[in-house]
Design a protein around this ligand. Structure first.
Ligand SMILES: [Zn+2]
Length: 206
């Protein structure tokens, strides 16, 4: 089975975690991303639904207008809530990795934190050492730096996703990663499935 860590479009392509703003009949993550703070208010009851597998995508983004201190405040309150509910976190981080690492060091979360759409290749080793999981998206199909950094991401810290890319599907991402890691597609599926079971304890894969 193909597991898609993060997507905005429902495709029924294996097991996908949808970024949702309401309760869904399939697995979803829930949270207010920095680019959504003016549209939505955090709704605690959605997170307690059995299909809510993670808090996210939430995070920090220095390329948008919203004041970074306000972003940090909103981010932290959702992170604390994730700890309270024992839910992993799916993180959106743009140009704010120093702040992200500082927050992780100060909160010392028990829950896994996954950086989605990871492309910041010069920080790969640092982020792995800080305990993050890294989720790779369709950028792996063309981004040469990301392709060459893939070897330094341990298999047990890896996830795959499509995010909001309408032009590519999760199968293409799996095929590319299997080929770059020089393993079979089946081995890759098993690796991601095991990571999923470790991180998303709430969900039972049928
Ligand atoms: Zn997204």
């Amino acid at each position: 089975m193909l597991i898609n860590l993060h997507t905005h479009q429902k495709k029924e392509f294996g097991l996908e975690i949808m970024h949702a703003k309401e309760v869904l009949t399939s697995p979803f993550s829930y949270g207010i991303a920095p680019f959504e703070v003016n549209q939505f208010l955090f709704n605690e009851t959605i997170c307690t639904h059995k299909n809510c597998l993670a808090i996210g995508e939430i995070g920090l983004d220095k390329t948008i207008q919203t004041d970074i201190n306000k972003q940090i405040k909103d981010f932290k309150s959702q992170l604390i809530y994730a700890e309270k509910l024992n839910l992993p976190v799916i993180i959106h981080c743009i140009k704010a990795y120093n702040e992200l690492i500082e927050i992780k060091r100060s909160l010392k979360p028990k829950q896994p934190w996954i950086i989605h759409g990871f492309r910041k290749t010069n920080l790969t080793t640092i982020l792995i050492n800080e305990g993050f999981y890294l989720s790779i998206g369709t950028a792996i199909l063309h981004d040469k730096k990301l392709q060459s950094t893939l070897k330094s991401i341990p298999k047990d810290r890896l996830f795959l996703e499509t995010d909001n890319d309408l032009n590519h599907n999760i199968e293409e991402v799996y095929q590319q990663v299997a080929s770059l890691k020089e393993i079979s597609l089946l081995d890759l599926k098993n690796i991601i499935s095991n990571n999923f079971k470790t991180v998303f304890k709430k969900w039972e894969i049928g």
